[in-house]
Ligand binder design. Structure first.
Ligand code: SIN
Length: 526
């Protein structure tokens, strides 16, 4: 039997798999689609970190930028640990074959919103893809790791499901190729399933980001924390007939500027630099490069005031050869739509990007349950986890870093405390279940869910809207539960059930908040 099952194949899952397998344990990675279908693979910007262990000042600045972006809610101990371990973990990535951009002998460092210095290692504008490539190769070549694509984790196995005192004995999975439920027993399960961007109509996340791991751990008795903090990326390209496509903040780090229609008109008829006309200055003196919560809100408000569907990202004042060299992925995407980087204003708008809250974990990635106790055999790493690193608003390019540091910590913890158990696996409740004949109610419910979250639980919230969402989510939850109880699971049913649950946790947390912080903004609160 595999000793460890890891659910998810982004940076956190792959990195932890390698460390645990190096420790001599058998690891199975279950992943819903192809192994590369992960948010990591779509990450453009990079990984923030100070490589030089003697650069105390550099680390202090990284810590203070993270804390200031987190708007007072970061766990400062966690921030220090992550920043201090960054150098070693980035060296681990290099030793696995990840290639970051270089400037002659040294690394080329990029800058993004909220960073007071250049400290982001990157692989042009496709950093996640490069990390995923190198780690996937290492995983494929490792004898102790088995990859199970097209396998959807459905629920964690406990003797009494949902009892928080119960340890985890494995995971129920749906083999999507032949639609069969299967128990995979394990001594430990590491949840690394990423976020839940699929809850909103516009997202930069891939289709796999449906909150599966968070939902299954919650049903098993895990605590969730800070669910209201959903990060919207300010600049997703919005063009007809294409999904929102991330335009990395690093482009603003190189001088890209956000303008509304009026600002664009004024800029075009003047000799001033475009930043002079940016609406973002009404929201922060840092203008287009303020922290993400502020810039996303500025875009959202401006679009609402002007009645427009987008604002503009202008780059025509920048060196186009440099842009061409540093942002080839973006340039290619723009060209598909007859837009030219370094020339045309780019239509952009905010899109759901990152789930800051999630499963509450301790310093070893162990999932916390009631009474502040870790749940035996359950870890969460990467975006699905809430370590306290990001507070109320994640600093750009801190997520790949947090993922790799906590993947390492969880892996080490398991290798040192393997918790080997003899599991008796209960039967999957299959009696009386029928094949789901009509999927159209699920499709309709998913549309309603996304519309509700977009309209009522978006960037700017109100008590009325949140309460409306709560009522709607209760209806949806009842409908989905009725179908769930009598049907053999399918991917769309499992995902919808998970999404509705996560949506309710986000809405409840937002309703309970009495102050505006970071990514949570309720206009009824002064
Ligand atoms: C970006 O490239 O702007 C996204 C990076 C991040 O979300 O940290």
């Amino acid at each position: 039997m595999p000793e460890v099952v890891i659910v998810g194949s982004g940076i956190a899952g792959l990195f932890a798999a390698l460390k645990i397998a190096d420790g001599g344990h058998q690891v199975t990675i279950v992943t819903k689609q192809r192994p590369t279908d992960s948010s990591t693979n779509w990450a453009q910007g990079g990984i923030a970190g100070i490589l030089d262990k003697t650069d105390g000042k550099g680390m202090d600045l990284h810590i203070s930028d993270t804390i200031s972006s987190g708007d007072g809610l970061c766990n400062e101990n966690v921030v220090r640990i992550v920043v201090e371990e960054a150098g070693d973990r980035i060296r681990d990535l290099l030793s696995r074959g990840v290639e970051f951009e270089k400037n002659e002998d040294d690394f080329h460092l990029a800058k993004e919103g909220g960073h007071s210095a250049r400290r982001i290692l990157h692989a042009k504008d496709a950093t996640g893809k490069e990390i995923e490539r190198a780690l996937s190769e290492a995983v494929n070549n490792h004898n102790n790791i088995t990859m199970r694509p097209n396998t959807l984790g459905v629920d964690l196995i406990q003797t009494v499901h949902g009892d928080p005192k119960e340890g985890i004995k494995g995971i129920w999975c749906l083999d999507l190729a032949d639609s069969i439920m299967e128990a995979i027993p394990a001594d430990a399960v590491l949840i690394a399933t990423g976020g839940c961007g699929q809850l909103w109509e516009k997202t930069t996340n891939p289709s796999v980001a449906s909150g599966d791991g968070m939902a299954m751990a919650y049903r098993a008795g895990a605590n969730v924390k800070d669910m209201a903090f959903i990060q919207f990326h300010p600049t997703a390209l919005m063009v007809p007939d294409d999904r929102p496509f991330l335009i990395t903040e690093a482009l603003r780090g190189e001088g890209g500027v956000l303008l509304d229609d009026k600002g664009l008109k004024k800029y075009r008829t003047s000799d001033q630099e475009p930043e002079f006309f940016s609406f973002t200055h009404e929201y922060s003196p840092d203008g287009s490069l303020a922290t993400r919560d502020i810039v996303a809100r500025a875009c959202d408000q401006t679009m609402k005031i002007n009645g427009s569907n987008q604002v503009w990202l202008v780059t025509d004042h920048l060196d186009s050869t440099k842009l061409h060299n540093e942002f080839p992925t973006i340039e290619k995407r723009l060209n598909r739509h007859n837009l030219s980087l370094g020339k045309d204003p780019l239509p952009v708008a905010p899109a759901a990007h990152y789930t800051v809250g999630g499963l509450e974990v301790d310093l070893f990635g162990r999932v916390i349950t009631s009474g502040n106790k870790p749940m035996p055999g359950l870890y969460a790493i990467g975006e699905v986890a809430c370590t306290g690193m990001h507070g109320a608003n994640r600093l750009a390019s801190n997520s790949l870093l947090e993922a790799v540091v906590f993947a390492d910590r969880a892996a080490k913890h398991f290798v040192e405390n393997p918790n080997l158990i003899d599991s008796i696996i209960p039967e999957w409740r299959a009696d009386g279940m029928a094949i789901l004949e009509e999927h159209s109610p699920l499709v309709r419910d998913l549309e309603t869910l996304k519309k509700t979250m977009t309209d009522d639980v978006g960037i700017v919230r109100s008590f009325d809207r949140l309460n409306r969402a709560k009522r709607m989510l209760l209806l949806l939850s009842n409908e989905v539960e009725l179908i769930w109880r009598k049907s053999i699971p399918t991917r769309d049913l499992v995902e919808l059930r998970n999404l509705v649950l996560i949506a309710s946790l986000i809405t409840d947390d937002a309703l309970a908040r009495t102050e505006n912080r970071g990514l949570h903004y309720n206009k009824d609160i002064i």
